[in-house]
Design a protein around this ligand. Structure first.
Ligand SMILES: [Zn+2]
Length: 227
């Protein structure tokens, strides 16, 4: 994997900060030049050309970031979840320390009635690749809670290292989940993931654990082999 591919996956905010970190070094290097004809330079600030970002060791840690939002909206929702919900933050911490890569994306083709879905993309030991698909009509707190719900499903997969294919994922949810069926779709659900979403919803809305119960989570599903 080349550096440029990896760089494309890191957080934009980190990229933006980097030139500021390098600027003092750059200025110091300029001042150290012994032969600068300083008397002949016009009395204006030198233009500063941004330096190319060098590899930074911490970004390279074994495979890069685990959670990979595929749009600015998803990234903003994840950042808000981390900032406002301890439950959400704990799920992200767990995923970021595991051998898994999770793409999180809006999916315009998600089945009607679904808020989110989890799919198995691939197995490249030790890494497993998963995709969280989100209903693009979601926004605000519901988007954050839905991401939290799906991240709980990722944690369920992490707890089962034997799940290394789409068929094994479907088998896992037949085992640990319960079937959900509406007029428009059927799939699998776990009570624990629904509880996690309810907890995230309470935390980000500022209500305590004893606050007003939230509305039940709308549909969410593990994407099985059906298309
Ligand atoms: Zn679910």
């Amino acid at each position: 994997m080349g550096e440029s591919h990896f760089m494309a996956t890191i957080a934009n905010s980190a990229i933006r900060r980097l030139p500021m970190l390098l600027l003092p070094m750059f200025v110091a290097a300029l001042e150290a030049q012994p032969h600068l004809p300083s008397r002949r330079l016009p009395d204006i600030a030198l233009p500063v050309t941004p330096l190319p970002a060098p590899p930074v060791t911490e970004w390279w840690r074994n495979g890069g970031p685990r959670l990979r939002p595929q749009s600015g909206r998803v990234m903003a929702a994840i950042e808000a979840g981390i900032a406002r919900s301890a439950t959400f933050r704990a799920l992200v911490d767990q995923i970021e320390s595991a051998p898994v890569v999770v793409y999180v994306t809006f999916d315009p083709h998600l089945k009607r009635g679904l808020d989110g879905a989890l799919a198995f993309l691939g197995d490249a030991p030790p890494y497993r690749y998963l995709r969280v698909s989100l209903n693009q009509t979601l926004s605000g707190n519901e988007l954050i809670a839905t991401i939290g719900h799906e991240l709980h499903h990722v944690a369920e997969v992490l707890a089962h290292p034997d799940v290394r294919s789409e068929a094994a994922l479907a088998a896992l949810y037949r085992r640990i989940g319960h079937g959900t069926r509406t007029a428009r779709m059927d799939g699998w659900e776990t009570t624990a993931a629904m509880d996690a979403a309810a907890l995230v919803r309470r935390e980000i809305s500022g209500r305590g654990a004893s606050g007003t119960p939230s509305a039940p989570s709308p549909g969410s599903s593990i994407a099985a082999s059906r298309r």
